[in-house]
Design a binder for this molecule. Sequence first.
Ligand SMILES: [Zn+2]
Length: 95
Amino acid sequence: MEWFLSWIAFAVLSAIVGANKGLGGFGWFIIGFLFGPFGFIASLVVKKNERAIEASGVSTGTFRKCPACAEAIKTEAIKCRYCGTDLVRPSTPAG
Ligand SMILES: [Zn+2]
């Protein structure tokens, strides 16, 4: 049964890596379950879906949209990395 438990572990690890890369955790759980360590390695080497990461970052406050070009940029950014517009930092509570 150990092989089965390690297969589940690879499925979970693949799902975590896939979710962190914005690729969808459930799909990578299946891939990790089907291919075991090979699925996990695939999740490590596959390219990030930066659009999905940024889109989820906007909803969590890590990213915001550039007012000039509407691309997702980091909340702390003072210059847009897409269009170069100087940005005003979001006002933070004094103190
Ligand atoms: Zn911009």
